[in-house]
Design a binder for this molecule. Structure first.
Ligand code: SF4
Length: 93
């Protein structure tokens, strides 16, 4: 079964520059730890892509919604950040 793609921020790469938030503030928001978070559903794919392309450290990528949810649960249950190798399994190329 195919899954919708959603933007995901890799917090370990994010340097907190705020560019994604300035491009699409309905979706991206800098947290108190100066790491960007995805706070809503991407209604404008072009704008989302612009934010992804503008990130200076390539910290934002499209991932499958199912995979993103699985990774979130894994991170919560194990109380750790997700490794890049785990994240790559769900990435849209
Ligand atoms: S553009 Fe990239 S580095 Fe800057 S805040 Fe957003 S995710 Fe972080």
């Amino acid at each position: 079964m195919s899954s919708k793609k959603v933007p995901v921020v890799n917090e370990s790469l994010c340097i907190g520059c705020g560019l994604c938030e300035s491009i699409y503030p309905k979706i991206f928001k800098l947290g108190e730890d100066f790491k960007a978070e995805v706070i809503g559903e991407c209604e404008d794919e072009k704008k989302c892509q612009e934010a992804i392309d503008s990130c200076p450290v390539d910290a934002i990528s499209w991932e499958s919604e199912n995979g993103s949810e699985q990774l979130r649960k894994l991170s919560e249950s194990e109380g750790r950040r997700i490794r890049e190798s785990e994240r790559r399994k769900f990435r849209f190329v």
